[in-house]
Design a protein around this ligand. Structure first.
Ligand code: SAM
Length: 357
């Protein structure tokens, strides 16, 4: 699955040319802070045009769907070898404080040549991510529900990936004039909080239930799952990588269930009976675009129907962070009142967070 790219770039359809696909992703990586991948993909595009190693490796992928993110699958495939310790020279270049585009490309090309067969298989694997940073954008919504209801939360996350964002209350949040969460947490989300408004501090948060579903869940506590999630984070985005590593470690101490199931059928079962004495929060981040139109409509209808059954003793909230142009929107609908509001606008990886007025 993609890395939550904004709608502007998502609207660019693949042209069938491998080089153009790599160039589009190169520009995007440059734009949102990965000069390493920007440089490698730009050179990779030139190589593909010249019929070099990249063209050879990606032959047959010309018609792959746009959402399958061919360029990121290529980078993730190589990164798996780096993470496995099989390519130490490239690992050193990836980890270096200073960029050296020529040396990086030379070593990258050597790795492609040396691992051609293995990489052809690894490129087939889908991009899978679980962006912990998005918890900073969702936090104001969770706090608002807890403050308004005073009830323990029943968390139901749709499209949970590895379920890391089902542990949001175990993380420490730190921004200008705002901190929240356990001070000793190994996971600290430092983010830019814009404007004067601050999230509503709930007196206490109690999570009674944490459960999620995903069409293709990743096991956060298994080595293969950890490699998958780490492989698709851009290696020069150190803070992102560090908080993912920390969240993966913490995952072992905070168990969650992520069911392998599509959003609509799962929600139908979870919402069939209201949970008395709990505030049910259905939430998702960068997920709706992957659902079919029918499933999206079904999710919407299920929530409306469950909302109609909600009571002050069994309230329901729908919190979502989904694309809305350059930034994502975080919206919250609550029942039984049925109120819908914009909570914040946020960057696609969670920072900045701009609480709504
Ligand atoms: C871009 S990822 C976002 C993951 C996570 N919500 C986050 O913010 O890090 C999208 C997730 O949606 C899941 N997904 C795709 N189609 C789905 C469906 N029909 N039902 C449930 N999950 C789905 C994918 O497997 C993937 O884990």
């Amino acid at each position: 699955m993609s890395d939550g790219r904004g709608s502007k770039l998502r609207s660019l359809e693949p042209t069938g040319s491998i080089a153009e696909r790599l160039r589009i992703q190169a520009a995007y990586c440059e734009q949102i802070g990965s000069p390493l991948y920007g440089g490698l993909l730009e050179r990779g595009a030139a190589d593909a045009e010249a019929g070099g190693l990249v063209a050879d490796l990606l032959r047959g992928h010309e018609q792959d769907a746009a959402d399958s993110m061919l360029a990121l699958r290529l980078m993730g495939a190589v990164n798996r070898l780096v993470l496995r310790g099989e390519e130490p020279a490239l690992a050193d270049l990836y980890a270096a404080a200073e960029r050296d585009p020529e040396a990086e490309w030379a070593e990258f090309a050597t790795v492609l040549a040396r691992n051609r067969e293995q990489l052809r298989d690894l490129v087939d694997l889908p991009v899978q991510t679980n962006e912990v940073g998005r918890c900073a954008a969702l936090l104001p919504g969770f706090l608002a529900v807890a403050a308004a209801t005073g009830l323990p939360l029943r968390l139901l996350e749709v499209g949970s990936s590895a379920g890391l964002n089902l542990r949001w209350d175990s993380y420490r949040y730190a921004a200008k004039d705002f901190t929240w969460g356990p001070a000793g947490s190994p996971v600290t989300l430092e983010f830019e909080l814009r404007g004067e408004r601050r999230p509503e501090p709930a007196t206490a948060i109690e999570v009674a239930v944490r459960r999620g579903c995903d069409a293709a869940p990743v096991e956060a506590t298994a080595a293969a799952g950890r490699e998958t999630l780490l492989a698709y984070v851009w290696p020069d985005q150190r803070p992102r990588l560090d908080r993912l590593r920390a969240a993966l470690q913490l995952a072992a101490d905070v168990p969650v269930e992520v069911d392998r199931e599509g959003a609509a059928s799962w929600l139908e079962r979870q919402l069939a009976t209201p949970a008395a004495g709990r505030a049910t929060v259905v939430y998702h981040s960068i997920v709706l675009q992957y659902l079919s139109e029918e499933e999206r409509a079904a999710v919407h209808d299920l929530l409306q129907a469950a909302g109609a059954r909600a009571t002050p003793q069994a309230p329901l909230a729908w919190l979502r962070m989904e694309p809305a142009g350059e930034m994502a929107e975080v919206r919250l609908t609550t029942w039984p009142d049925g109120e819908d509001r914009l909570v914040a606008r946020a960057g696609y990886h969670g920072s900045p967070v701009e609480p709504a007025a």
